[in-house]
Ligand binder design. Structure first.
Ligand SMILES: C[S@@+](CC[C@H](N)C(=O)[O-])C[C@H]1O[C@@H](n2cnc3c(N)ncnc32)[C@H](O)[C@@H]1O
Length: 215
């Protein structure tokens, strides 16, 4: 068992500004832990998490892989970037967090080089008008079908061009996001995917899609 990262430096005030790890976070952590042998065998050099929030996911990933990889994260929320860095430091992990929309500004540099990509996106069905804030609402507001931020990210230029030849992308979805539809879209981009883990959390059915380039 890999211990859950120490978040004791984050207070309830912090969690008024950033996403507090919840069942979705833990499902992603469990998916990474379930694949730890496979992840280690990949000998990842570059890991990227979109929307890192508290930094819990990337910190655990770093515990799986070790200090030889570069850990990059992005978030729209400035408080999340700060918390991600602090969580890394608290757990002896160096994380570079960029405040940006999705991967803006990173793509030319990271072209075909991300070995492990993680995204626990804002997936809740909300009015479109709630999407795109820079505050805590950005943690959940997913717009129509909870898919508006996810659909911004899926196109070829974002995902396929980011992944290294053997790179793996872990994406959290819920039923309302229509995971099978997302899998079809990914197929159209030359990416193969399957549900590697699923769990009920209250009224939500949560899934981890594991995505790779088609061989
Ligand atoms: C559901 S929370 C997940 C946080 C953390 N990864 C976890 O699993 O606990 C979604 C995160 O994505 C961030 N986010 C939302 N839209 C984003 C965007 N367009 N670009 C970058 N980050 C975004 C939010 O600020 C939030 O921190």
């Amino acid at each position: 068992m890999i211990p859950t990262p120490d978040l004791s430096h984050l207070t309830s005030q912090d969690f008024g500004k950033i996403y507090e790890p919840a069942e979705d976070t833990f499902l992603l952590l469990d998916a990474l832990e379930q694949d730890q042998d496979q992840i280690q065998a990949l000998q990842p050099k570059i890991c990227l998490e979109i929307g890192s929030g508290s930094g819990c996911v990337t910190t655990l990933l770093a515990k799986v892989i070790g200090s030889q990889a570069l850990y990059l994260t992005t978030d729209l929320n400035q408080h999340a970037c700060k918390a991600t860095f602090q969580t890394g430091q608290k757990n002896q992990v160096d994380i570079e967090c960029t405040r940006t929309n999705l991967v803006n500004g990173l793509l030319p540099r990271l072209f075909h080089s991300v070995d492990i990509l993680c995204f626990n996106p804002p997936y809740v069905v909300t009015p479109s008008s709630e999407v795109g804030s820079f505050g805590i609402e950005a943690s959940w507001a997913g717009g129509i079908d909870g898919r508006e931020v996810i659909d911004q990210f899926l196109p070829l230029v974002s995902v396929r061009d980011l992944l290294s030849p053997h790179g793996v992308f872990y994406l959290l979805l819920i039923n309302e996001n229509r995971p099978l539809d997302v899998m079809d879209i990914l197929k159209g981009y030359g990416l193969t995917s399957y549900i590697s883990l699923e769990r009920r959390a209250g009224r939500e059915r949560q899934y981890i899609l594991k995505i790779q380039r088609e061989s």
